[in-house]
Write a protein that binds this ligand. Sequence first.
Ligand SMILES: [Zn+2]
Length: 537
Amino acid sequence: MPDYDILIRGGTLIDGSGAAGMRGDLAIAGGRIVALGPSLDGRAEKIIDAEGLAVTPGFIDIKTHSDFVLPINPKAESKVRQGVTTEIIGHCGFSVAPVLPGKTQLLADYLSGGAPWLPFREMSFSEYLATFPAVSVNTGVLVGHNTLRLMTMGLEDRSPTRVELEQMLALLEDGLAAGALGMSSGLFTPPGSFAKPDEMRAFAAVLARRRAAYFTHIRDEANKVMEAVEEAIEVARDFSIHVEIVHLKCSGVDNWGKAEAVLERIAAARAQGCDIDCDAYPYAAGANPLKNLLPPWVQIGGNATMLARLAQPETRARIRAEIERAGLNNWGRIPSWEAVQISISPRRSDTAGQTVAALAAAAGCDPIDQICDHLIADDGATRVLITSICEDDIRTIVRSTTALVGSDGNCVATYGVVSQGLPHPRFYGTFPRVISRYVGDERLIPLDQAVYKMTGGPARALKLSDRGLLKEGYRADVTMFDPADFRDQATYADPHRYPSGGRTSVIVNGTVVVENAIHTGATRGMVLRREPDGSVS
Ligand SMILES: [Zn+2]
């Protein structure tokens, strides 16, 4: 009988706590880390030579939308090949459950700009979790506020009635009882943008009672970013719940340089006892459904109503005037329409990679007309990249110990349905990009700090009880890579490229999922659930 299932020999063990790495061995048995030390004896079924490799906890991607693709891409290639072993899904208010009777098409239309290929069906949140497919990564799931609002109120610009609010609260309770980690909000886009702070406080009270967490795409990441951060801090302070500000950014040319002050404000709130965190991806472009760049009133009434509205010249004139005055909804003022590029357009796939400026010039119309025509031709499903963040702010955020790393990306692959279009390169490159560019090339932070922001940090924020560290008794989620050869290769023009690194290996729950950059096909990820005490396992 061997003593261990797997023995990893001679790597640099970086334990995820932020402590400096130490050369040593690590042993795995029964899906858990059972021993660590400078030199382990004992026989193992499998020995991995990690000489020259960093051996770290599996990366925890605290911010993803992989719920849109995991059922059709269970091998989660673009994530596990970055070293990711856990994904938190259901963010920005967008969850794919619950779906109430008769509301399937409504949700499919609503999420078409993010999940154009996912089949939707009626289901409760507990049914969603109970039937979650076998996938290569562990997944923790959030209940989306926008989805709850859509189910009970549609796309209405008003506050809920008492009955509607109670129905939404009951749906949240259902999701939390099933094991959801908490609730996500997307206060930047309809219908979340129609919710006043009081409505969100009603949800926060439920989250507090259930010891669950609140993850928020804040109300404004552009001209009112500081006020929006303040709204999130107030929820953390007043309800004593964990709040995660996701994909932190200061978008739009008028807001470049604000990252330092925003991070200082979050750090000050933490110093005063608020349980608050933030995460970010290391790219200057964001991604969103095209419709979300327009003023929120455009979407009132749902997809068909929106498309009919977009055909009217008076609507276009109003959109034009509002964008000229205040910039894009949530994204602020951009230097030019060159900054907006079609990413995925299911019915106009020929336009992927082209900018709004170029398409408008080719059509001989102005950019607002081009956007409206494009949305109509694409049934509202178009997704775009928006280059609106400045590199100095990215560096400030990467350097900061306050901000964790989250990709805001989907797990996709270089083949099949999920290989379509030009997705954001963060889907393939977030984690190796931080390591190769900001640890390696620019020497902004040491490797052990970067690893902390990908492992121990998010595990603490998520209250994971046995993941995120290399520690005896913890689940054996382990990533191994050569720090000199672990570089993102995905670009905006050519995003479907896995990172470099022929020696990258990844273990999930004690099973090898990636071995020397080859996916083994294993789908042994677990659905993580929140326990009554608020911990997650
Ligand atoms: Zn978001």
